[in-house]
Design a protein around this ligand. Sequence first.
Ligand code: MN3
Length: 200
Amino acid sequence: MFERIALPYEYDALEPYLNADTVKTHYEKHHKTYTDNFNKLVKEVPEFEGKSAREILDNLDKAPADKRTGLKNNGGGYYNHNLYFESLTPKGAKPSGTLKEMIDRDFGGYDQMLEKLDSAATAKLFGSGYAWLVSKNGKLDVVISPNQDLPEGSPTLLLPIDMWEHAYYLKYKNEKKEYVKQFFTIINWEKVAERLEKGK
Ligand code: MN3
């Protein structure tokens, strides 16, 4: 059974950047639905018994053809939302240590990285999906993925920005850029650094 992470903060802890209603609906409705559907589908594919969500998502070609889309959408929804909710904290700070050094080396600085994430999230991505900070072969990069897809090429996923309207619309309406700007203030960079260190 795949389970949602327990939220590491209260629903209203990210106010005023993300309001309680948004966090609660996102976690209790959207994330729960993806998780329930993923569990139902995995049960029907014996090959995936005992596999991690990431292993399943990286091996969708081993699933029966009629189950692939469902597994991709709901498995991605399950996996990406665990990453997303765990990436946030009311005590947002700035990156430090090795992560900071890599940001400076690969983007030219923290602000330049945020600019890249912002333009990926608000300009490059069209429709629902994610902008991501990822690492591959020891290098950081910013990429996008549509729907609940994982980024192509199976990189280490460091930070997802959920750009589905359900992630921000209750508070920000069509002000995508404002959502992204506020999102930057509640990122748990320690968690991001931990993912970098652990690798995939
Ligand atoms: Mn979402």
